[in-house]
Design a protein around this ligand. Structure first.
Ligand code: NG1
Ligand code: ZN
Length: 569
């Protein structure tokens, strides 16, 4: 079974820095790239072990998303294309923290593989997924540390005798998609993925989008009044220009195939911060910058005020839209009108709700639509959801793994973090019902939407297609979308504290449990602010505590954040 000698020998090339104590945070392991070789090697071991345990292909993504270019990180991908179950995170952390090669072997043998491996080996000969056919797919973003960490990952996978395939430069959602496809694509099931099948990704998403573009409005087809705006085909539509901030990350290259496809249906993508201009990953650009700084990114100096723009993060799993505001007299920066993840979520929710309303009753019986948010969701979006859309809402802790899980409980689970990370999940039961009534135009549209929208994780490329489709259907520009509801002014601050672990929270991070007295102090301050809301939580990706505040005016939100930060500090 476990070839301890091979693991020990391979492991000896990737020593853990003695003072480095990695933890599996909101988004896997993340740190200064120079520290990470041992962690990534061990994640290679773990991904291979999980492939052996589950008898299916798994994946590893090497990225630190929106974090600075000197950082890197690694995330585990399970056979269904989802994230590794949270129950496995402590074992991952234990393995990553082993002080020496013997401990690595011991943890792998006793804590990861346990008694399962002999059992698996015994049944393997009859199984179509024999160990020698199992693969771990490894992807990475554009960081300069990627080649070195990729080598560590491949070495870890191979030390367990599992095949490692590098998918090269891919977005995080593409890697999730590829792992899912490797396990579910009928043609490759027997031999494992011989080569990364990115073409399938584009065929699925873009193919469905193009079909949607060619279809008349569902309401028109179903005999409703409709706007008629799209019933007359695509020919005479005025082209839409969308300026895309690629964060100098992997999205630039991966959006390439979309440019000609979208041009054909009247959407002109103008890619900026592609890396070609010498810009640095996530520096002064990207979804995180635009969402938190509320400023247009670099390379947008010539983009006119009011233009339709969007911004990806470094690994293209986040998306926010925005529009540059006219510069103030005197030449000061004009800021942006931001359409964040909450706005994307509400746009998707409103649209899905419309379509569901056009389905025959037998398709809807017992079907549940739900929106999942975190404490960071703007209070105005939560109110819109409750009062206007009248859809059920769930609040989970920060981190897509929590939102994704909650969204899975519904038949249509719409989840987005405010920072633009999210997707819409359709249950198998709903898809089955939709197929049964697919002469209904809304059902057909929902079925196509389920293909446009990446079903494994949030995906900026898929998100652009979703948003552009809905805006086109509604005949909206960004102002009409923005007008769904007005965001409450908010402020986020990041505090460097001696030990962020002393703050623990409850109720989806909206309440501080420790240190004693902190929650009372926060509540006391909040009540002084009309429409005030605030909370503090330790970051899962950075050594910091985050404070969020919202209130009736920007000045009040700033003041509330400052006052809460004071009591946290
Ligand atoms: P932390 O550092 O735990 O707040 C950040 C984001 C999350 C999520 C993760 C993973 C905020 C406030 N937090 O987590 O939403 O995206 O990174 O990338 O934006
Ligand atoms: Zn990301």
């Amino acid at each position: 079974s476990l070839n301890a000698e091979a693991v020990r020998a391979a492991s000896s090339a990737f020593r853990k820095p003695p003072d480095f104590h990695p933890s599996y945070g909101t988004a896997g392991f993340r740190a200064d790239a120079d520290l990470l070789a041992s962690t990534v090697f061990r994640c290679g071991l773990l991904a291979a072990a999980r492939a052996l345990l589950l008898g299916a292909h798994t994946g590893l993504m090497i990225t630190a998303s929106h974090n600075p270019v000197v950082d890197n990180g690694v995330k585990m991908v399970d056979p269904d294309g989802g994230m590794m179950p949270q129950s496995f995170e402590p074992v991952a952390a234990e393995l990553a923290n082993c002080a020496n090669d013997d401990d690595v072997v011991a943890v792998l043998r006793d804590r990861v593989l346990g008694a399962a491996l002999p059992a698996l080996a015994a049944s393997a000969s009859a199984s179509p997924q024999q160990p020698q056919h199992l693969t771990v797919l490894v992807g990475h973003d554009t960081r300069p540390s990627a080649p070195q960490l990729l080598a560590a990952a491949l070495s870890g996978v191979r030390a367990l005798g599992v095949r490692a395939v590098s998918c090269g430069l891919v977005t995080t959602p593409q890697l999730h998609f590829l792992v899912h496809a490797a396990n579910h694509g009928s043609s490759r099931a027997a031999d494992g993925p011989a080569a990364p099948q990115l073409q399938l990704y584009y065929d699925t998403l873009v193919g469905a989008f193009l079909q949607l573009s060619q279809r008349p409005h569902a309401e028109d087809l179903n005999g409703g009044a409709g706007s008629g705006a799209y019933g007359s085909g695509t020919a005479e539509r005025k082209a839409v220009v969308l300026y895309v901030d690629c964060a100098n990350g992997v999205g630039a290259q991966q959006l390439g195939p979309l440019v000609p496809a979208l041009r054909g249906v009247g959407i002109e993508l103008q890619l900026r911060n592609t890396g070609a201009g010498g810009g640095t990953l996530n520096l002064g650009c990207g979804a995180d910058y635009v969402q938190k700084e509320r400023m247009p990114p670099s390379e947008f100096g010539d983009v006119p005020a009011g233009a339709r723009c969007c911004s990806l993060d470094g690994d293209a799993d986040r998306l926010v839209y925005f529009s540059p505001l006219a510069a103030a007299a005197g030449g000061g920066g004009g800021g942006v009108s931001l359409l964040d993840g909450d706005k994307v979520s509400m746009l998707a929710a409103a649209y899905v709700r419309d379509l569901m309303g056009q389905l025959p009753e037998e398709a809807l019986r017992g079907i549940r639509v739900c929106c999942v948010q975190t404490a960071y969701a703007n209070g105005a979006s939560t109110a819109y959801l409750r009062d206007v859309l009248q859809l059920p809402a769930v609040c989970t802790p920060t981190g897509v793994k929590f939102l994704h899980e909650a969204a899975h409980d519904a038949d249509v689970g719409i989840y987005f973090e405010s920072n633009g990370h999210g997707t819409v999940l359709f249950s198998q039961e709903l898809l089955k019902r939709l197929r049964a009534v697919d002469s209904n135009a809304a059902a057909k549209e929902l079925l196509l939407l389920a293909r446009v929208i990446n079903q494994t994780v949030g995906d900026a490329i898929s998100g652009i297609l979703l948003v552009e489709h809905i805006l086109r259907r509604k005949g909206w520009g960004l102002p009409e979308w923005q007008a769904l509801y007005s965001d409450l002014p908010s402020r986020q601050v990041k505090l460097k504290v001696a030990d962020r672990a002393i703050i623990t929270t409850a109720d989806a991070e909206r309440v501080c449990v420790t240190p004693a007295g902190l929650q009372d102090a926060i509540a006391h301050i909040v009540q002084e602010f009309p429409q005030g809301r605030a909370f503090a939580r330790p970051s899962g990706t950075e050594d910091a505590v985050r404070v969020y505040a919202e209130a009736a005016t920007q000045q009040a939100a700033d003041e509330l954040a400052r006052r809460v930060a004071q009591v946290v500090y």
